[in-house]
Design a protein around this ligand. Structure first.
Ligand code: ATP
Length: 249
């Protein structure tokens, strides 16, 4: 069904003190397979929050549920005062939520600049191509290169840059550091910190809690499709034994 831009509900400013994103009793399914079992969490404006957990815990499914690409989901996901649980992914994106999937979604036959220009701008205030190149100078050098020719780190930068151009201010980043060299991980970490300073709100899926600790305010631990603990970043050092138990590392 075609959805005109005009039908997208304008997000209302969250009530004073209310979290920007409120998830309550979220359940989600892949076909018959029930994967999220009462996921509940909050994210305040300007926060960087991570979802930590073992493989298969439900972190990616939580991200997919927020952006509305799970076939079946129930419960409540309120973003900026708007209930989104029954909205299409297209309308949810128009509220200003950008999703960078684990597989990055770079079109291999298109160049860097073509990939950057692909997603439509959904909100005013998106970064210009020049601003994206300032943030990721490697991308500028590779502007004419095809997606297939990029390193994993360059692909990740392109996937993040592409979302920043759309004007989304709430970012869902799924394992942005996976498989990358330490120096590139550092660069991604610096970018996340810079985006936070500029007022972006970010949910980050991470396996690497050492990295998560360098960028985030709080950490939700996910197990079997629900949140089993929340650790403020300042308590991470004191929670190492617990984290090893949770993550099996
Ligand atoms: P990972 O880091 O391994 O992706 P995760 O915490 O992100 O872990 P999810 O990808 O959300 O986990 O997966 C949650 C559960 O849903 C797992 O049991 C997984 O096997 C299952 N699952 C994921 N994608 C699908 C799919 N497309 N169809 C059926 N089941 C799926």
């Amino acid at each position: 069904m075609a959805e005109a831009l005009a039908t997208a509900p304008a997000p209302r400013p969250a009530a004073a003190g209310a979290p920007l994103l409120q998830i309550r009793d979220l359940n989600a399914w892949y076909g018959e397979s029930h994967v999220l079992h009462g996921m509940t969490l909050d994210v305040r404006e300007g926060e960087v929050v991570t979802l930590l957990g073992r493989n298969g815990a439900g972190k990616t499914t939580t991200m997919k549920s927020i952006i509305g690409i799970m076939g079946k989901r129930t419960g409540s996901i309120v973003f900026g005062g708007t209930e989104t649980i029954r909205m299409s992914s297209r309308l949810i994106a128009r509220l200003g939520i950008g999703y960078v999937p684990e597989e990055r979604g770079i079109f291999s036959s298109l160049s860097v600049i073509e990939n950057l220009m692909l997603p439509p701008q959904i909100k005013p205030g998106g970064l210009s191509v020049q601003q994206i190149y300032d943030l990721f100078p490697n991308l500028k050098e590779r502007s004419g290169s095809q997606g297939t020719k990029l390193s994993g780190g360059e692909q990740q930068m392109l996937a993040i840059g592409r979302i920043l151009r759309t004007g989304a201010k709430f970012l869902l980043l799924d394992e942005p550091t996976e498989g990358l060299a330490p120096v590139i991980i550092q660069q991604i970490g610096a970018t996340i910190s810079r985006l936070k300073k500029e007022g972006f709100t970010i949910i980050l899926v991470e396996q690497n809690f050492r990295f998560a600790q360098t960028v985030a305010d709080r950490h939700y631990v996910v197990e079997q499709g629900r949140v089993i603990d929340m650790i403020p970043n300042e308590d991470m050092d004191a929670s190492i034994d617990k984290l090893h138990r949770y993550l099996g590392v």
